[in-house]
Ligand binder design. Structure first.
Ligand code: GLY
Length: 469
């Protein structure tokens, strides 16, 4: 596990850059601990903190590190295994061997961390830490810094957050190669779903087949699989429905590699051999929107512009079907497209599937001068800022018919100048369609990560027909 790292110099260089940028005080970075599911020894799959992985590569529970930006000193904190531990977990390298493997000579027992931090604070040193997302680390920080758990996140270091985001946002060559692998495995997962699904199966049977491909890749899922005939529910993790001819499956799934880099793709395909006419029409709009958005990807463009164009394309496509009316640009400005496109167009991806979201969406996806919208729909756009070479992101437009939203807005008379509610009423059982791929921004445009899957109506129907022949 901890040996699936990049070479030692990669971590030394990353930490050197971090030290130089932060420049004053001590940086405290916490790894994750085992997390109990229903009792202490029955834990969730261990997932190391991504920032800890980025700077230290050590994929082991119960570690922490401090980096003194002024003296240059670096210390890894951990707990050596006792024979009682080894009986259950097997042997692990010592904390000092692990530290040496990533270029750090000093180690200390984890129990000393609180005292060291307390001494540093007493002598007036500034200590930078990140906002914790795990409650056990929140409690640790509260104890060490003598503050109520509820305020720990507010005390996180903005300079540390921004420095780490600027470093992690631009992917190194080795990281891009790793993400390529993750997306290849993710493509295998989707192909498996398309090749395996038969009318009469349960969604969970297909979800299990999808998960199998992630495990076969050597890692695991990068997030909980969405595999559903009710694709209008954006994060639908229920897998209990029987899949039936005439329905579509929306599969949003991805793998993470052994080094924990993520892939994230979505495909939508018919349970039977072909889409219905109505499904085909909406699918074509999503596909056109997807392809137009991909063509726009280049350094210098803001992802908000790409999102707004995608929203307009969706609105225009639906207008041709008689579901919307009026000027698309005006409708999008007003927010009417969010009846059909309630989420963003995509997000950064890397060590996290929503990369660095724990550090704050405003800082990852926006800037001091570009803040996140509060408008329904656009407020879910996680990435709005100008794109730069080395950014890795998803492009995932979709059209979703959400009956509760339709009823609510209709009753409120909302956007009635832009939405043809009588026609929309007949789409309430349609579900949803999303198409998602992953890209790296290059000097001149973008490059697809992993590989393409059957994506046009003809390609998907040919594949489904070969499965169901
Ligand atoms: N693929 C799941 C998500 O982006 O939220």
């Amino acid at each position: 596990m901890h040996f699936n790292t990049f070479d030692t110099l990669t971590y030394i260089n990353r930490r050197q850059k971090l030290k130089e940028k932060v420049n004053t005080g001590i940086i405290l970075l916490l790894g994750n601990h085992e997390s109990p599911m229903n009792y202490r020894d029955n834990t969730y799959r261990f997932r190391q903190d991504s920032t800890f992985l980025y700077y230290f590569g050590l994929d082991v529970a119960g570690l922490a590190a401090i980096i003194d930006t002024e003296s240059g000193e670096e210390i890894i904190f951990g707990t050596e295994l006792t024979i009682d531990d080894i009986v259950w977990t097997g042997p692990l390298p010592s904390v000092s061997d692990m530290a040496k493997s990533i270029g750090i000579d000093q180690t200390k027992d984890y129990t000393q961390l609180g005292t060291i931090l307390s001494k540093a604070r007493s002598s007036g040193r500034q200590i930078h830490f990140l906002p914790p997302y795990r409650h056990d680390n929140m409690i640790r920080l509260g104890d060490w810094f003598d503050m109520p758990v509820g305020v720990v996140n507010d005390k996180a270091s903005l300079i540390l957050i921004k420095t780490i985001i600027s470093q992690r946002s631009v992917k190194e060559k080795g990281e891009i190669e790793e993400i390529h692998k993750a997306v290849h495995i993710s493509a295998n997962m989707h192909l498996a779903a398309m090749q395996y699904s038969l009318p009469g199966m349960k969604e969970y049977e297909v979800a299990a087949r999808v998960h199998q491909e992630a495990l076969k890749g050597g890692g695991d899922l990068s997030f909980a699989t969405i595999l559903t005939v009710n694709g209008e529910t954006l994060h639908n993790h229920y897998h209990g429905n029987t899949i039936q001819e005439g329905q579509m499956i929306l599969c949003d799934a991805g793998a993470e590699t052994v080094k924990h880099y993520a892939g994230d793709m979505t495909c939508t395909f018919p349970v039977g051999k072909s889409f219905t006419q109505r499904q085909k029409e909406v699918y074509e709009i999503v596909l056109h929107t997807h392809e137009s958005a991909v063509k726009m990807l280049r350094p210098g463009i803001t992802y908000k512009e790409v999102y707004l164009k995608a929203a307009e394309n969706i609105f225009s496509g639906l207008k041709a079907l008689g579901l919307t009316k009026g000027d698309p640009a005006e409708a999008v400005h007003a927010g009417a497209h969010a009846m059909f496109f309630q989420c963003g167009l995509g997000h950064m991806m890397g060590l996290d599937v929503h990369d660095m979201e724990d550090l704050g969406e405003q800082y990852v996806g926006y800037t001091d001068t570009l803040t996140k919208s509060t408008q329904f729909g656009m407020k879910s756009l996680r990435l709005g800022r100008e794109l730069e070479p080395g950014f890795v992101l998803t492009v995932e437009p979709g059209i979703y018919f959400i009956p509760t939203l339709i009823d609510k807005w209709r009753a409120e008379g909302k956007y009635k100048e832009y939405i043809n509610y009588d026609k929309l009423e007949t789409y309430k059982d349609f579900s949803g369609i999303r198409i998602e791929e992953d890209f790296v921004i290059t000097e001149t445009g973008s490059q697809l990560l992993g590989r393409s899957l059957p994506k046009t109506v003809a390609e998907i129907e040919a594949l489904r027909s070969s499965v169901l022949k």
